[in-house]
Design a protein around this ligand. Structure first.
Ligand SMILES: Cc1cc2nc3c(=O)[nH]c(=O)nc-3n(C[C@H](O)[C@H](O)[C@H](O)COP(=O)(O)OP(=O)(O)OC[C@H]3O[C@@H](n4cnc5c(N)ncnc54)[C@H](O)[C@@H]3O)c2cc1C
Length: 483
């Protein structure tokens, strides 16, 4: 008999799980009966693209890392390679607001690690004492303790306090919307812990890695690469899709034939029942052999709380913070600043609502009519969650008032679009990897129960796709075992 599989949540994790389940079962000749349940009347979860006139507005993610292979792999499978758009080839500077003025980050920075000496030494954004303290990284012995630590503690230990406030905090606030005093190094940037372990110094480690990469490049490219591999190699670090990231959702949606998709159906309860799982929706009960939960961990904890306190406890210990994005469109002539770069970050010391602003129409071409510009600001996060309680009009005014003196606007925006993300950004705080290991161990007790998504093993789109692939593999193994 065919196994019944229910996937809860139609974000990129749930959609990828379904996609890979279909692919795997087809390859292996296994028949599956699969239902996808999504609470809202739209698929995609945090991926949402709006079109207003010629503006292509991203409500959640605006791009994804091309270096993590799963995003590109899925685009290739979906035939989206020719839709991929790289960032601007020239205007790629990133700025920081310092005493109300924009100053450019030194070229060659690898987040907070200087990869090139001269631009770093000449940069006005770090004091001479701060630079000297960062240079001490070359001499400070490595930490032999294996315990997880916060990003702030790690950066302060290796590069000093100024590196925390100038680089780590504002940059990471935009990626995790989190508090660097809480965020786990091991769960967010294990590569930096790895540099300390391998080279004893972050700066030395980055230089050695760059050297290795240059040597590898000088040996010349292999000549038997396919056109698509070559195409992928030409992509920049961050990429998006020509018509916005919702095209990824659209393409995945087009692959759902044969799947029972229930949109606008909120799961109310989920529990083991007669050797299977019962899933209660508002008007019906589904029974399944396997359930994949891809919602936020808080929702999963609520369902599981009635039958496994320990697992539910681990899940609810993953905190979430709220954020908002405010996209404003202006006529080009109404903005004095040339916007030649990706945008800017704002350290907490500046006491602004905005955490970071992306010059979206420069970063990715085709986001606005050539006579207009699109500017997106990111707000909220661990230190200012309450901004999501402001009305849309208040948020637009707050952003406009903060941008105006910095970018020199001479007129109000011609377009404004606000997206609020309440308790939507999972925080990988210190000990996150231990929490996830405990969740995995507890979940193993329940045959056919799987958890995946941004709460666990990476918040980025490629991480979520990878989790979808891994979960599909596990589900297929479960189905094969019971066959
Ligand atoms: C503002 C913002 C900017 C971001 N920027 C980037 C970026 O630039 N690059 C990047 O790679 N990542 C970025 N991210 C992170 C990335 O977008 C997310 O981590 C990823 O999209 C999460 O996908 P998911 O499927 O795990 O979860 P979600 O997209 O949250 O999907 C979960 C789904 O479960 C559904 N659900 C919840 N409860 C129920 C229920 N009871 N019954 C049925 N369904 C339910 C929800 O409606 C939702 O559709 C950003 C996130 C935010 C919020």
């Amino acid at each position: 008999m065919k196994k019944k599989i229910v996937i809860i949540g139609g974000g990129v994790t749930g959609l990828s799980t379904v996609y890979f389940l279909k692919e795997k079962s087809r390859e292996l000749g296994i028949e599956i009966d699969c239902t996808l349940i999504e609470a809202s009347d739209r698929l995609g979860g945090k991926i949402v693209t709006d079109r207003i006139d010629d503006f292509i507005i991203e409500g959640g993610p605006d791009s994804f890392l091309s270096q993590k292979p799963w995003g590109i792999t899925l685009c290739r499978k979906l035939g989206l390679m020719d839709q991929l758009v790289s960032t601007h080839p020239i205007h790629k500077a990133i700025y920081i607001l310092s005493h109300g003025r924009l100053k450019q980050f030194p070229e060659g920075m690898n987040l907070m690690i200087p990869g090139r000496i001269t631009p770093f030494l000449l940069s006005p954004i770090v004091s001479w004492q701060g630079k000297a303290r960062m240079g001490l990284d070359l001499l400070i012995p490595k930490n032999k303790e294996a315990a997880d630590e916060s990003i702030a503690s790690f950066v302060r230990r290796r590069l000093g306090s100024e590196a925390v406030t100038t680089f780590a905090e504002p940059i990471l606030a935009t990626i995790y919307a989190g508090d660097v005093e809480q965020l786990s190094l091991a769960a967010t940037f294990p590569q930096f812990a790895g540099l300390e372990k391998e080279f004893g110094s972050l700066i030395w480690g980055i230089w050695m890695k760059k050297w290795d990469a240059r040597m590898a490049q000088s040996k010349g490219p292999a000549n038997n690469k396919s056109r698509e591999t070559g195409q992928a190699e030409k992509l920049t670090l961050f990429v998006t899709l020509k018509n916005g990231l919702a095209s990824l959702v659209q393409s995945l949606q087009e692959q759902l034939s044969g799947i029972d998709v229930q949109q606008g159906q909120r799961v109310k309860a989920l529990f083991p029942h007669q050797g299977r799982y019962a899933i209660d929706l508002s008007n019906q009960r589904l029974n399944a052999d396997a359930v994949v939960i891809t919602t936020d961990a808080t929702t999963a904890a609520r369902w599981i709380g009635s039958w496994d306190g320990a697992l539910s406890g681990h899940l609810s210990s993953i905190p979430y913070v709220s954020t908002a994005t405010v996209s404003l469109g202006f006529r080009r002539e109404d903005v004095a600043h040339p916007l030649t770069g990706f945008g800017f970050v704002i350290p907490r010391l500046e006491r602004k609502h905005i955490l970071a602003t992306t010059w979206s129409s420069t970063k990715f071409q085709g986001r606005a009519h050539p006579a207009d510009v699109l500017i997106r600001s990111f707000l909220g996060g661990a230190h200012q969650e309450e901004v999501v309680d402001l009305s849309d009009d208040e948020l637009v005014s707050a952003v406009y008032n903060e941008l105006k003196p910095v970018l020199g606007m001479s007129a109000k925006p011609t377009m404004a679009r606000v997206f609020k993300w309440r308790k939507a950004n999972p925080q990988y705080n210190v000990g996150h990897l231990t929490r996830v290991a405990a969740i995995e161990k507890e979940t193993e007790k329940y045959a056919g129960l799987f958890l995946a998504g941004a709460a666990y093993k990476g918040v980025g789109i490629p991480d979520c796709i990878q989790q979808g692939w891994e979960t599909a593999e596990k589900v297929i193994r479960f189905v094969q075992k019971g066959a």
